[in-house]
Ligand binder design. Sequence first.
Ligand SMILES: Nc1ncnc2c1ncn2[C@@H]1O[C@H](COP(=O)(O)OP(=O)(O)OP(=O)(O)O)[C@@H](O)[C@H]1O
Ligand SMILES: [Mg+2]
Length: 618
Amino acid sequence: MRTPINQLDNRLVNQIAAGEVIERPSSLLKELIENSIDANAALLEVQIERGGLKRITVKDNGYGIPKEELLLALSRHATSRISQFNDLFQVNTLGFRGEGLPSIAAVSRLKLTSRPMDVDTAYEVKVYGGMKVSDPKPTAHSIGSTVEVLDLFYNTPARRKFLRTEKTEFKYCDAILRQIALSHFDVEISFVHDGKLIFHCLKATNRAEKEKRISRICGSAFAKQSFYFEDDYSAMSLSGWMGLPTFSRSQRDLQYFFVNHRVVKDNMISHAVRRSYSDIIYNGRHPAFILFFSISPNLVDVNVHPTKNKVRFRDNRAVHDYIYRILHRSVAQRSPEQVIPLPILSFDKIRNSSGIRHREEYGRYAQKNTRNMAQEKLQACDSITSSIKFGDKMLALPNPEDTSVARKYQAKVNLSQGTKSEQVVPLLGFALGQIKDIYILSENMEGMVIVDMHAAHERITYEYLKLDLDRQTIRSHLMLVPVILNVSIREAELAGLYQQQFSNLGFEVDQIGEEQLIIRAIPELLVPADVETLVRNVLADLTEYGKSDRIEDTCNEILSSVAYHSSVQDNRKLTVEEMNALLRQMEEVECSGQRSHGRTTWISVSLSELNKWFVHGR
Ligand SMILES: Nc1ncnc2c1ncn2[C@@H]1O[C@H](COP(=O)(O)OP(=O)(O)OP(=O)(O)O)[C@@H](O)[C@H]1O
Ligand SMILES: [Mg+2]
């Protein structure tokens, strides 16, 4: 329902986070689109020229503005969203300051045309450089509004100088459109630049349609390598798509976080998200995600920054912990299944390939039927090493609730001959041979498994090191020359408060002055690390979030680096026994419920998938 626009009184105006909001074409585009969304538009047509520098037009089919309010809409501090102070704590719309349109009109030639739902005639008004050019005059327009902005900063040449090239400004505009497309699935959006259609997204109501839009906006790789989750917890809810750890990025370019459908940049939230992926994404890589956080409007203050992309939660800690808990759980529940691209192989290459070792074995297995294959390989493995026990070790999953891949892929085979007991084909199957001395090719009940030898070994080493770290009390290393740290009074207090936690982790940190700490000992594992920065960051975390995981994160980073350097290198020939031993160790790691460490270690291709490659049975 539409509320009339009203002029805010001075007292209320002074309560609103004010400041320059129109910096570049993309910022005015954001203001215009948000206005359309607040007007309940279901259709949005955006056209820009020359990166938005020449012209930006936003047309919507929202509830429109009556003729008598058109000029009011363009005057400062006039808004239909709030009327009194308390409304600031119940903001349900994207806009609330009554500053968007007038700020744009002050630095451009703006034309606003609108026709409310129950009116036959549309009216337009023009404001150039903040000055009214004409009174509202009738014109043709469908129900809804169009704002056309020409020649941004034509009257403020100094600000024009800060603009970038058309191409760069276009990119900023494009980024805004993508954010809107992802945060408002219920709006059909078309975006045209210099007469060229950049994208057109139909309204998306169900999951499949939303994922189609995501694929369009974020690329099909993300759509395929991400998973959907949702959680509803009374005052807060969180849902969205998270990229698999293996779909990590070198930049933070695919990270969207919306609070009540508003794009928000918030360090506390970033910290919670980063934490939930820590230990499963390599240092320096960034996760990809689209997350929707909803919270009751009275628990979040949106009146923090003039650009309206910052918020303040009433209970920061509760929000942080909720987001972290849900994301951490969602990521941990995922299996390391990967999307396997269909390989394009040339027939000649296959015929001439000398990559597969143990050809005889491969051929031998290939001639047998599945049951016999399984039986033969079980027998073969029995003779390989006594430490590989089928039937008890591999069957014994740690947790009956566990939904990990191990359970999914484990297949029971009743062997009528040979042994009487029920036997199991292990998750990663039995090694057939090595490909280019880099990959292990193996066969399980589902079909084919390819294991990256180096990644697998690295993963196993990492998990073992970590287990050691978890079991032992961490050894301290007394520093030859203690480090003196100058800190704030608050940080010094926190160091005292958390002294026991520091000491559990192998640190000896004492306060020696009101604003001075001394580090006398550090965990042995951290000897090569920059301890001063680490302690400072821990204290900064404690100040901001009341807790810190940096020591643990740093230990994990160091472990993964140790694991990397001490693992089997590529191009090493392994015997079948060694290959099978590696596969069994990998399974233990998978079964232990530990998570994958970002790098893909193995992929599985089912027989039906293989059949598809060859259009089997056509
Ligand atoms: N596309 C539109 N459709 C219908 N009404 C609109 C549209 N654009 C603006 N308005 C009306 O004009 C008023 C002023 O818009 P303006 O963008 O200046 O302020 P706001 O959206 O209220 O707050 P903010 O400054 O935070 O954006 C709005 O409150 C709304 O009532
Ligand atoms: Mg607005």
